[in-house]
Design a protein around this ligand. Structure first.
Ligand SMILES: Nc1ncnc2c1ncn2[C@@H]1O[C@H](COP(=O)(O)OP(=O)(O)OP(=O)(O)O)[C@@H](O)[C@H]1O
Ligand SMILES: [Mg+2]
Length: 577
């Protein structure tokens, strides 16, 4: 965790400095606005001490005009401050959100395995709001406030050093209380963002898993875990509220004391002719100008503290290494001819190898099928092929170049995946297809839909492919979802296709339909397919049997069947069911 100074410095460099023009505009505006606020108290003294005793009507007229002008200036500059600076700050939040989201999407899959999505949502949407306080009115107000305080202080000293001393003693005490409180509150704020993100994350999971929650009638336990989270949040907020209340009440108390003492001493000075009435009134006015920014400091201080905590988290995220950093990588534009695993091993956790010494090649126009019992490492192998993971040992070669040395975005643009738990977005069927190829023509769409036998069921929908399929495609059956996923892959027309159990939730009839479309889908590209239903891969060019992370058999369906080994066992066992 970084210290307040270092994060303030960092935030200044990365957030404030690039937007220094807005900040300076804001500062100029606030200085004009604050300077204008001094006109009224200054006029007060002339009004009482000179103009009234001398019955100077013209003077009064001029003075009133001057004060009015100052008021108008104040109003206009505060309006412009909001219009220019606050609106700009909101725009920056928008920009920063886009930047953080882009960054998040560029992070490797492993990052997401270890981070709650809800927490990331919070990072993207909420934490960046801190810029508002730094670039927007927060910092500007803080500096404007300090400016007012300093000017007011100088003017106060000029009126009466003793009175100033008496008024400043309680204020100094207040500053001590405030600084102390902020040092306590800062970590509390930091913690708050974290708790909020966790609670939100869990709630999101509960809602997306609503079928399981209800299926096991586990609402109570979800309620309990949510309630625990929000009470942690409550405790956190309570803690900061108490400290903030301490700051604001002590500020009110001490300011009150200062005013009362000054009234007493001021009265004494006036009676002894050491101070004119005008000067005294001016003093109290100016004291107000000195104190109000210190009050403001409380709220702006809280805001900036909160903002820095959020921006710290944003900074942390932005400093993660994107997997699409192409510096030093070779562009990969030629067609993909082959993908070859060369003695590849992989461990999710140290030492515990999930894949061992895999040698395997998929060529363009070929289908290589992976089979094996659950947990054998098939999906892991597919993840390596998709470069979601990088080998712990060994090399994945693409057209005789190591995958690790190629531009990842070039490689991924040649890739199409249909995964075990295939993902559909909330939206229409059509949108789910088009997101892989937004520019696809209606004919292309039509072709993919009929080849994947999606038309069979969309024709029954009242709104056809404009039907909304719900979050994760809940309004479709498992088989329908898979066919849609296949259509999506067909539309994307990738050079390397990875299919993880694409046919597992199909009945025999749709399976045979799908088999036809798969034959179509795999033509002319390299295909790596994982299937539990062994009947779907009989025509594969090569079948590889994985067991405990190792290849134990390889060959065509006929060869392996005749061999009566592991594949034969798997196949006959399945045929019996
Ligand atoms: N993200 C992960 N972090 C840690 N371990 C993992 C992760 N994903 C998978 N594993 C482990 O790796 C091993 C292989 O998993 P994998 O998903 O590759 O199996 P699979 O052959 O696809 O199984 P299935 O047929 O059930 O889909 C399993 O023991 C699993 O526990
Ligand atoms: Mg799997």
């Amino acid at each position: 965790m970084s210290s307040p100074q270092s994060s303030l410095k960092k935030a200044f460099k990365t957030i404030v400095l690039p937007r220094i023009r807005i900040v300076i505009t804001g500062l100029l505006l606030i200085i004009v606005s604050k300077s204008a606020s001094f006109v009224a108290p200054m006029a007060m003294r002339t009004f009482i001490d000179d103009l009234i005793p001398n019955e100077d009507l013209l003077g009064i007229k001029n003075l009133v005009a001057l004060v009015l002008v100052a008021l108008v200036i104040q109003a206009v500059t505060s309006f412009m401050l909001i219009k220019l600076v606050s609106v700009q700050a909101q725009y920056l939040i928008t920009e920063l959100r886009a930047e953080v989201q882009r960054k998040v999407l560029s992070l490797p899959v492993r990052f997401f395995d270890n981070t709650q999505s809800g927490a990331l949502v919070s990072r993207v949407m909420k934490d960046v709001e801190g810029v508002k306080s730094l670039v927007g009115t927060g910092l500007v107000q803080l500096i404007g406030g300090l400016f007012t305080a300093v000017v007011a202080f100088v003017l106060l000293i000029r009126i009466s050093p003793t009175l100033t001393l008496f008024s400043l003693a309680p204020l100094a005490l207040f500053a001590v209380v405030a600084i102390k409180a902020f040092s306590v509150v800062r970590p509390v704020f930091r913690e708050r963002g974290k708790i909020e993100a966790e609670v939100k994350g869990r709630l999101t999971e509960t809602l997306s898993g609503i079928r399981i929650v209800k299926g096991f009638h586990a609402e109570k336990s979800e309620e309990a875990s949510f309630s625990k989270g929000i009470h942690r949040l409550f405790d956190n907020v309570k803690k900061s509220m108490i400290y903030m209340a301490l700051v604001s009440s002590s500020s009110i108390l001490l300011a009150g004391i200062a005013t009362t003492v000054i009234t007493g001493i001021g009265g004494y000075y006036i009676i002894n002719d050491q101070l004119t009435l005008g000067a005294f009134l001016q003093f109290t006015f100016l004291l107000g100008l000195l104190i109000s920014p210190i009050f403001q400091l409380t709220s702006v201080g809280t805001e900036i503290t909160d903002a820095l905590a959020g921006l710290d988290r944003t900074e942390e995220l932005l400093s993660e290494v994107s997997e699409y950093d192409d510096s030093g990588k070779t562009p990969f534009t030629e067609p993909l001819r082959s993908l070859r695993f060369d003695k590849v091993s992989y461990a999710y956790e140290k030492e515990n190898l999930v894949l061992k010494n895999i040698d395997l090649e998929v060529k363009r126009g070929e289908v290589v099928a992976l089979v094996g019992t659950s947990g054998a490492g098939k999906s892991t192998l597919a993840s390596l092929a998709a470069s979601y993971l990088t080998p712990t040992q060994g090399t994945v070669w693409v057209n005789d170049q190591p995958l690790g040395e190629l531009s990842l975005s070039d490689y991924r643009s040649k890739l199409g995946v249909v995964l075990q738990d295939d993902f559909l977005f909330d939206g229409t069927l059509k949108e789910n297809l088009l997101f892989v190829k937004p520019e696809a023509s209606d004919q292309e769409l039509e072709k993919a839909l009929s080849a994947a036998h999606v038309k069979e069921f969309t024709d029954q929908f009242e709104r056809g492919i404009d039907t909304i399929i719900g979050e994760r495609g809940v309004k479709l059956s498992g088989g329908q979802r898979q066919r849609l996923a296949i259509a999506r892959a067909l539309l994307a027309d990738p050079e390397l296709l990875i299919l993880d159990e694409a046919t597992s939730s199909l009945d025999t009839e749709s399976e045979s339909l799908i088999q036809q479309s798969l034959a179509e889908l795999t033509r002319g590209r390299a295909t790596l397919v994982i299937a539990h239903r062994l009947s779907t891969i009989r025509n594969a060019n090569l079948i590889v049997v994985l067991e405990k992370g190792q290849i134990v058999e390889r060959g065509s369906h006929e060869e392996l069947f005749q061999k009566q080994g592991r594949y034969y066992d798997l196949y006959t066992r399945q045929a019996k069911i």
